[in-house]
Design a binder for this molecule. Structure first.
Ligand code: DOR
Ligand code: ZN
Length: 481
């Protein structure tokens, strides 16, 4: 009896498939939403559609752990439809969206509004719920309702959500640790920053660099240290958002060495921009944490290469041109769009030889998939995985232009920057959401919540070696377990 393989939906031929270990010439067959074969051209099953991708690289679709799509609450800045369109056009197939919307995503009612807005998404998504003093009682029901993870705004930022008290943070971690759920932390010390900002304002400073002066690196060092202390004590998984300072990397390095389950992201702006750009771009570049002096750029890059930082996220945080260009720096909203420009910016650096494409997929897709419990289904081009693929042309050169962004807020510090290396098609679960550089508009709504496929691994027992036996035994934590 001869074996007749079933016809599949799509076979992609002629490309190179990228993973952290290798770049290999291979064809990829897709049936429905999943990859069913990766291998030699001659071994592909018959397909309804054949596609040549000669000269292109196939990367697992990028997973951006940090976007603000502003919906509900600020639809004049961004909506799920426009934000996710930007993701699709940036080679990003999954996003994790932040809770500083209005209402903030800390109650079931607010979550319902967010899930409704997300129905128009072009890309798959996870929802970070809010961990704050007022939401501790809601954490478990938010998880049941569809959030994948939590966010604690330990440093103040857009939305002005009060920072959780240390007591609430500890309690939140105690609830989430046994569940294996990871909490994203905006790690800056609010009290240091409020006091500094007050002094700078009283002295009449309104210039762009006053923003950096109000948020010194020690605010990040202190907050990361505090969060890691509580995470280590409770065994909670944490994720440091937008790591900005070279000076706080040692804390991550040490905590990881002791077995703390901490992951961390940085963003292109912290590696590629600095105070030199701030003088010219002023409020357009205002963001929290601030973009710092040039001396921070290279150590952040090196930390990614070393694995102290795990991933690239964007902190896609759109505000309108009017909100970004006021003369007084304190009146400029913090943040800017990024989900659409991350891949060309990073590929440009890869083209310059600063790291390999294999490194890049680790930072853009593999490590985020692992951090959020998606790896295997996402983050990899392999049999059984979702067919989430960014088709990348490393030779294509161009200039980033804010006017062409999918975001509503068409203002970006990257405007006018030369890049080489673009995603040109984006496939999400077998369906193109971007093709030949154009959004596939009828794919709006194809995106889904990743919650049903999320599998956070069982947490490992805490490493308590460096605590004294007496303290560990006397703690409330130990007596509970
Ligand atoms: O600059 C920022 N803007 N940093 C954040 O952490 C939040 C963001 C926003 O939501 O606008
Ligand atoms: Zn953010």
């Amino acid at each position: 009896m001869s074996y007749a393989p079933k016809e599949v939906d799509l076979v992609i031929r002629g490309a190179q498939v990228v993973s952290p270990e290798q770049i290999i010439p291979a064809s990829v067959a897709i049936a429905g939403e999943r990859i069913v074969a990766v291998g030699h051209d001659d071994c592909m099953p018959p397909a309804r559609q054949e596609m040549r991708a000669d000269g292109l690289f196939l990367l697992p679709g990028a997973i951006d752990s940090h976007v603000h799509f502003r919906d509900p609450g600020y639809p004049h800045k961004e909506t799920w439809k426009t934000g996710s369109a930007a993701a699709a056009c940036g080679g990003v197939t999954t996003v994790f969206e932040m809770p500083n919307t209005n209402p903030p995503t800390g109650t079931l009612e607010a979550l319902a509004l967010k899930l409704k807005a997300a129905e128009s998404s072009y890309v798959d998504y996870g929802i970070h719920g809010l961990l704050g003093d007022d939401t501790i009682a809601n954490l478990e029901q938010l998880l049941e309702g569809g959030v994948s993870s939590f966010k604690a705004f330990v440093g103040n930022t857009f939305g002005n959500l009060p920072a959780p008290t240390d007591g609430a943070l500890l309690e939140g971690f105690e609830i989430l640790a046994p569940l294996g759920i990871r909490t994203v932390v905006h790690a800056e010390n609010s009290s240091i920053m409020a006091r500094r900002q007050g002094q700078l304002q009283a002295a009449g400073r309104i210039d762009p660099l006053a923003h950096l002066d109000a948020r010194p690196a020690v605010a990040e060092i202190e907050a990361i240290g505090r969060v890691l202390t509580l995470a280590e004590w409770t065994g909670a998984r944490v994720h440091i958002a937008h790591h900005s300072a070279a000076d706080s990397l040692f804390l991550l390095r040490q905590a990881k060495a002791r077995g703390v389950d901490v992951t961390a992201e940085t963003c292109p702006q912290y590696m590629l921009l600095n105070t030199e750009h701030m003088r010219k771009l002023a409020g357009v570049m205002r963001v929290n944490p601030p973009i710092r002096e040039p001396r921070h750029n290279q150590p952040l890059w090196d930390a990614l290469v070393e694995g102290v930082l795990d991933m690239i996220a964007t902190d896609h945080a759109p505000h309108t041109p009017e909100e970004k260009t006021r003369a007084n720096i304190w009146e400029c909203d913090c943040g800017f769009p990024g989900v659409e420009t991350q891949m060309p910016l990073m590929l440009t650096e890869i083209n310059k030889g600063r790291a390999s494409l294999m490194d890049y997929v680790k930072w853009s897709s593999v490590n985020p998939a692992k951090a959020w419990g998606l790896y295997g289904t996402k983050g990899v081009i392999a049999v059984g995985a979702h067919a989430d693929i960014a088709f990348v042309d490393m030779a294509r050169a161009g200039t980033l232009s804010q006017g062409r962004l999918q975001s509503i807020s068409k203002i970006s510090p990257w405007h006018g920057r030369s890049v080489q290396g673009y995603p040109i098609h984006t496939l999400l679960r077998g369906r193109f959401v971007m093709r030949d550089g154009h959004l596939v508009t009828d794919a709006a709504g194809w995106g889904r919540n990743i919650k049903p496929i999320q599998k956070m691994p069982t947490p490992k027992p805490r490493n308590t070696e460096h605590y004294s036996g007496a303290i560990v035994k006397a703690s409330a934590h130990e007596s509970q377990s």
